[in-house]
Write a protein that binds this ligand. Structure first.
Ligand code: GLU
Length: 423
């Protein structure tokens, strides 16, 4: 009854991880269980062909996707990623996690995600622009400021959002700033959006530490990923007195027992494209990274990184999920058995979409807030949402992820029930 004929999720794939999370929440939904299969399938999935002319005159085709997992609480919302491993199944899972995330934070959105199966580093800037514009035009059927609002994700940024906004606007014949968030400031972007996800990760980490009696001063932090999320989270933890002892990215793993100099590491990454070989650091091999004794482990790269095997060796007080879906279902269970708390993605990394929401509201009202106002509101919303999830976990005696899903699924399915079935 719940299987989807167009998908056979295997083992630890993102969609099967998500389905297992839904199974775990089912006993806590009471009468709303009647509607739960809504969450086990995307409302709408669009597959598009994205042909572009390469600089050398050849034509290349790329697979593009936009999935609207759920629209019960409002328009679709969620990023677009450009990555060679993007698949429909991955985008479905990422869209579903946006549904849960937006509801867990109580933003008036459903959940959506998009992606193009491409290695953007192999394209010139002009080719990247053509790819972005053609993809936007193809998904133009289903996006819009009141329908579905894309944003940056892995390998996409403010410039790509500017091209998306311009393409959509050209097609509808009017400047529509609210069609995407994460735009550059001069064309309707919001102050604080770039750092929002990392800031939110830090806020949730700090609140978790406070509740378990962990002093951040001197606490050892280990981070996978040094992009928009990992680098900002590392910077915030270091500023709070924690020691960021290791950082891993696609180029390698760097370690310094006394704590890495995050500003210097950032400069090295800006120059060389990755953390490998940063001055004053030791090099570690990729696997020993996962067993470093630390207080806080922050996966802030791609999904599926904490596998069952790695979970056996993790030596941390808690895992703070900056990435979407970094922990497989098997790993989640192993960590729970081993007493390693997991602070789930749907709350830990919700700072980005929260400031995206602020950006969308500012675009609609054409009235822009100061960075201090934005950061204060972000702190209040994320802190409040985390607190509610923490209390729910205590009341029900369940892990934080299940608690976040209980809060979120209840909100989504209540909306589903109130709206009823048509016809
Ligand atoms: N891509 C980010 C996420 O996974 C942000 C989405 C948004 O701002 O819409 O939460």
């Amino acid at each position: 009854m719940n299987g989807l004929s167009y998908l056979t999720p295997a083992g630890d794939s993102p969609w099967s991880t998500y389905l297992a999370q839904i199974d775990r929440v089912e006993p806590y939904l009471g009468r709303l269980t009647r509607w739960i299969d809504t969450l086990r399938r995307p409302k709408r999935a669009l597959i598009v062909d994205v042909p572009i002319e390469l600089d050398d005159g050849r034509v290349a085709h790329f697979e593009g996707f936009r999935v609207q997992h759920n629209l019960s609480r409002g328009p679709g919302k969620g990023g677009v990623r450009f990555h060679p491993d993007v698949t429909l199944e991955e985008v479905m899972a990422l869209a579903a996690w946006m549904t849960i995330k937006n509801a867990a934070v109580n933003l008036p959105y459903g959940g959506a995600k998009g992606g193009v199966r491409v290695d953007p580093s192999a394209l010139s800037r002009k080719e990247l622009e053509r790819l972005t514009r053609r993809y936007t035009s193809e998904i133009g059927l289903i996006i819009g400021p009141e329908k579905d609002i894309p944003a940056p994700d892995v390998n996409t940024n403010a410039q790509i959002m500017a091209w998306m906004m311009d393409t959509y606007s050209a097609n509808v014949g009017a400047t529509a700033t609210g069609v995407v968030t994460g735009k550059p400031i001069p064309i309707g972007g919001s102050l604080g959006r770039v750092k929002a996800t990392g800031r939110g990760v830090f806020t949730v980490g700090r609140e978790t530490a406070r509740r378990i009696g962990l002093d951040l001063a001197g606490a050892r932090v280990v981070v996978q990923g040094f992009g928009n999320v990992g680098s900002v989270a590392a910077e915030r933890f270091a500023a709070a007195g924690a020691r960021v002892i290791a950082v891993q990215d696609h180029t390698g793993t760097v370690y310094r027992e006394a704590g890495l100099d995050i500003a210097a590491l950032q400069q090295h990454v800006n120059r060389s494209g990755g953390v490998a070989g940063a001055p004053g650091t030791e090099t570690l091999d990729g696997e020993s990274f996962w067993q470093l004794p630390c207080e806080i482990l922050i996966p802030a790269a791609l999904e599926g990184q904490i596998t069952g095997a790695r979970a056996q060796r993790i030596d941390a007080r808690f895992v703070l999920e900056g990435a979407n879906g970094p922990t497989t279902q098997q790993a989640d269970q192993i960590l729970a058995e081993r007493g390693v708390m997991v602070v789930p993605d749907v709350i830990a990394n919700a700072g980005g979409v929260t400031v995206s929401y602020f950006e969308w509201v500012q675009d609609f009202s054409s009235f822009f807030w100061t960075e201090d106002e934005i950061n204060a509101r972000l702190e209040r919303i994320i802190g409040g949402a985390f607190s509610h999830v923490w209390d729910t976990a205590q009341q029900l005696g369940v892990p934080l992820r299940t608690a976040a899903f209980v809060v979120a699924c209840t909100r989504v399915l209540e909306a589903r029930e109130l709206r009823g079935l048509y016809p």
